[in-house]
Design a protein. Structure first.
Length: 146
């Protein structure tokens, strides 16, 4: 068996890079989410009902937020936040059957899905020992004031 050096390694579902920036992890998750979203084509007009679109959304958000309690500490990195926000925007557009030209704020409100950075914060709070109900209340309050 020949081992070759690499810049990142996958361990228990998390891509770890040499500087622990988790940029590689976010990039791999982004690719996986894009494959998942395009695997089930949904036309904007007359496609599946909103409930089926919400199901796809919850599956995709589960992919994004998997192991978030480990890597979400680096979410102060604006490049990573922008990548995740871009993914969240695409998901919300698919949920609402909106056109690409809709504003991000408009599609977030219409879809009823909080911004990804707030969902990361909620996941972090849950895994830090805060009960799920309080974490959800904090999420909703943060979203309301945003």
């Amino acid at each position: 068996m020949i081992l070759t050096p690499s810049k990142a390694v996958k361990y228990l579902g998390i891509w770890l890079d040499t500087k622990l920036t988790f940029a590689e992890h976010v990039q791999k998750v982004k690719q996986k989410v894009e494959r998942t979203t395009t695997a089930s084509p949904m036309p904007n007009i007359g496609g599946p009902r909103a409930s089926k679109r919400r199901l796809l959304s919850s599956v995709i958000h589960s992919l994004i937020l998997y192991t978030a309690h480990v890597w979400s500490t680096v979410t102060k990195n604006q490049k990573i936040i922008r990548k995740l926000a871009s993914l969240n925007r695409k998901i919300n557009i698919r949920i609402t059957s909106a056109y690409r030209t809709v504003s991000t704020e408009g599609v977030v409100v219409t879809a009823g899905v909080p911004p990804i950075e707030l969902m990361l914060q909620e996941r972090w709070e849950k895994n830090s020992g805060l009960d799920a109900r309080t974490a959800k209340e904090n999420l909703m309050m943060s979203w309301e004031y945003k």
